[in-house]
Design a binder for this molecule. Structure first.
Ligand SMILES: Nc1ncnc2c1ncn2[C@@H]1O[C@H](COP(=O)(O)OP(=O)(O)OP(=O)(O)O)[C@@H](O)[C@H]1O
Length: 505
C-alpha cells in the first residue's frame, strides 16, 4: 500500500497538470471562437447536445400534433378528452370553465393548460404529458398545438400498443356518454370551432308539421344510423343531406334542433361569410367530428353558392373578365360552389362518418341547379304554412289542449290564410294560461289577415282598372273566382308549394 502511494503523483504535479490543461482548453476555445462563425458554432453545439442526450437519455417522447396531414388528428382529440380525467396531485395548474349559461352552478369543465406537466400511471408505467402551443407569427396561420408524451425508452412499444389504444377507447366511451350537446361556430380570428351548450327545446313531438312528413324524417334518420354496412357495400360515404326550404318562420331551424336532439348529434353551424376560401373550407370541415350535423343556414345568401354557375360565367365574360368562377373577391365570400360540392359528394366526402349535412333556404329557386341535382342533397323538405294538423300540435304544446269548440273555425281560416307556424305560436303565447282567450285572439288575428289580403287584392284590381278595361275584367274574374270559393271573402290559393312536402332526390 505504501509503495502504491509513493508511485502516485504529488499534489503540486496534479495542480500543474490541471493548470496547463485549463490553459490549453482556453486557448483552443478562443481560437475556435475566433475562427468559427457564430451560427456554425450554434449548429455544432445543438447537434452535439442532441447526440449526447439521444445517446445517454433513457426517455422517449411521442409528439401528437393537432392535425395529421390534411385532417384533424383523432389521437390528439382523444388525448384532449382523456387527459382532463387524469389530473392528479402532481399537477399544479388547470384551466377550468363552463359554457352552460343555463346552469351557472354546474361544476366547471377541465382543460389542460399549456406547458403544464401531467403525470399518468398505466399498468405500472409512469407517463408524463405536456401540452405545447407554438404561437404563429402570421395572422392567417393558426397557433400550433401538440402534446408531448414522455416515457422510458424501453416502454415505447408498450405505450404505443397498449396505452394509446387505452386512451382512444376511454375517450370514445366518454364521448358516447355525452349528456350535453354542443353547438359550434367557427371563429375566423382564432381559426377554430368554438362551442356552446346546445339546449334547444325543439323536439319532433313539439314540431307543427304534417304527421306523415314528421314520421318520414324520423324513419329516414333512424335508418341512416343503422346503415353503416349498407353505405360501405354500395360504395357511398356515410352521409345524409337535407335541404330545408320554405318561408321564414315555418320551422326550418326548429326542425334542425329537433334532428340534433333526436340523433344526439352536435351541431356545427357554419357561416360561409366567415370562410376565406375553399382551402379554408376544407380545413374547417375536416375538423368537425363524426356523428354530427353540419348546418349551413340561408345558403341562398351566399352569392357564389347560390348563383347559377352558367350565369356567373356569362356575366364575367360579358364584363371582359377571364371567367374564373372560383376566384374570391373582396366582397364575395371566398368559398365556391365547387369547393362545397367537393365536400358534399366529391372525393372529400369520404372524410368522416355518420355526418348529416343540412342546408336551409327561404328561396330554393335562387340556388344553383348543381346543388339541387338528384343525389346531391338526399332529401328536399318543404316547410310550408301552418295547416290544421300543425295548429293542433301548437295548441297542445302552447295551451295544453287537444280539442275545443273554436278549433273548427280556426281550421277553416287556416285553409284560406297563409300564416306561418311562428305567427300562430306567437298568438297562442300571448295568453297561454287562458286557452279560450288565446284561441279567440288567434281567430281575430287570422280574420284580420284574411281581410287584409282581400283589401290588397281589391286594391290591385282597382289599380288595374285605372290601367284599362281589360285589367278590370281580369281583376273581377279573379275576385269572382275567390268569392265562389269562400263565400265572398278573399282566400289564398292553395297549391302544392304551400303545404309541407318532401322530395327524395
Ligand atoms: N313548425 C313549427 N313547429 C313548432 N314551432 C314552430 C314551427 N315553426 C316555427 N315555430 C316557432 O317559431 C319560431 C321561429 O321558427 P324557426 O326559426 O324555426 O323558423 P325558420 O323557418 O327557421 O325561420 P327563418 O327562415 O327566418 O330562419 C320557433 O322558435 C318556434 O317557436
Amino acid at each position: 500500500m505504501a509503495s502504491l502511494l509513493r508511485e502516485l503523483p504529488s499534489m503540486s504535479t496534479l495542480l500543474a497538470a490541471y493548470a496547463s490543461f485549463s490553459a490549453m482548453a482556453m486557448l483552443i476555445r478562443t481560437v475556435l471562437n475566433e475562427m468559427i462563425p457564430k451560427p456554425l458554432q450554434k449548429y455544432i453545439n445543438s447537434k452535439f447536445s442532441d447526440l449526447m442526450s439521444n445517446y445517454f437519455s433513457t426517455n422517449f417522447t411521442f409528439i401528437i400534433e393537432e392535425r395529421w396531414h390534411a385532417v384533424y388528428n383523432e389521437t390528439f382529440r382523444a388525448v384532449e378528452v382523456y387527459l382532463p380525467t387524469r389530473i392528479g396531485p402532481t399537477t399544479d395548474k388547470l384551466v377550468i370553465g363552463s359554457n352552460d349559461p343555463n346552469n351557472p352552478t354546474a361544476t366547471p369543465k377541465r382543460s389542460i393548460p399549456a406547458d403544464c406537466k401531467i403525470i399518468d400511471e398505466f399498468e405500472g408505467m409512469t407517463l408524463q404529458w405536456t401540452l405545447h402551443v407554438r404561437e404563429s407569427d402570421k395572422f392567417y396561420i393558426p397557433d400550433r398545438k401538440c402534446f408531448h408524451l414522455t416515457c422510458k425508452k424501453r416502454l415505447r412499444e408498450k405505450v404505443e400498443e397498449k396505452y394509446l389504444r387505452h386512451i382512444a377507447e376511454t375517450a370514445q366511451k366518454i364521448l358516447s356518454k355525452r349528456e350535453k350537446l354542443n353547438i359550434y361556430t367557427y371563429n375566423q380570428d382564432r381559426f377554430r370551432w368554438e362551442s356552446a351548450i346546445f339546449k334547444h327545446p325543439a323536439r319532433f313531438d313539439t314540431l307543427a308539421m304534417e304527421p306523415e312528413l314528421k314520421q318520414f324524417i324520423m324513419d329516414d334518420l333512424d335508418s341512416f344510423v343503422g346503415r353503416k354496412d349498407f353505405f360501405e357495400n354500395v360504395g357511398r360515404a356515410w352521409k345524409r343531406g337535407y335541404l330545408l326550404y320554405g318561408p321564414p318562420g315555418t320551422g326550418k331551424s326548429s326542425l334542425v334542433a329537433a334532428i340534433a336532439n333526436h340523433m344526439n348529434y352536435h351541431v356545427y353551424d357554419l357561416q360561409f361569410q366567415s370562410v376565406r376560401n375553399d382551402a379554408e373550407l376544407r380545413r374547417i370541415l375536416t375538423s368537425t367530428t363524426n356523428r354530427s350535423i353540419l348546418l349551413i343556414e340561408d345558403i341562398d345568401c351566399s352569392t357564389k353558392i347560390s348563383e347559377d354557375r352558367g350565369k356567373v360565367k356569362d356575366e364575367k365574360q360579358k364584363e371582359g373578365e377571364d371567367g374564373r368562377l372560383n376566384r374570391p373577391s373582396s366582397t364575395d365570400p371566398g368559398v365556391t360552389l365547387s369547393g362545397l360540392l367537393n365536400f358534399i359528394d366529391g372525393l372529400w366526402s369520404s372524410c368522416g362518418n355518420e355526418r348529416i349535412i343540412i342546408f336551409t333556404t327561404n328561396h330554393k329557386d335562387k340556388l344553383d341547379p348543381a346543388l339541387l341535382r338528384p343525389g346531391r342533397m338526399d332529401v328536399h323538405i318543404h316547410m310550408g304554412y301552418c295547416t290544421p294538423p300543425g295548429f293542433r300540435k301548437l295548441a297542445t304544446t302552447y295551451l295544453g289542449i287537444k280539442d275545443d269548440k273554436l278549433f273548427a273555425c280556426i281550421d277553416d281560416l287556416l285553409k284560406s290564410v297563409e300564416v306561418t307556424p311562428a305567427e300562430v305560436a306567437q298568438q297562442l303565447m300571448i295568453k297561454s294560461d287562458e286557452p279560450e282567450a288565446a284561441l279567440q285572439g288567434l281567430i281575430e288575428f287570422l280574420t284580420m289577415k284574411k281581410d287584409k289580403v282581400g283589401e290588397d287584392v281589391t286594391q290591385a284590381g282597382e289599380n288595374k282598372k285605372k290601367d284599362g278595361e281589360e285589367g278590370v275584367i281580369q281583376a273581377k274574374e279573379a275576385k269572382d273566382e275567390n268569392e265562389n270559393k269562400d263565400g265572398g271573402k278573399q282566400s289564398r290559393k292553395h297549391d302544392e308549394t304551400e303545404t309541407s312536402s318532401i322530395y327524395l332526390t
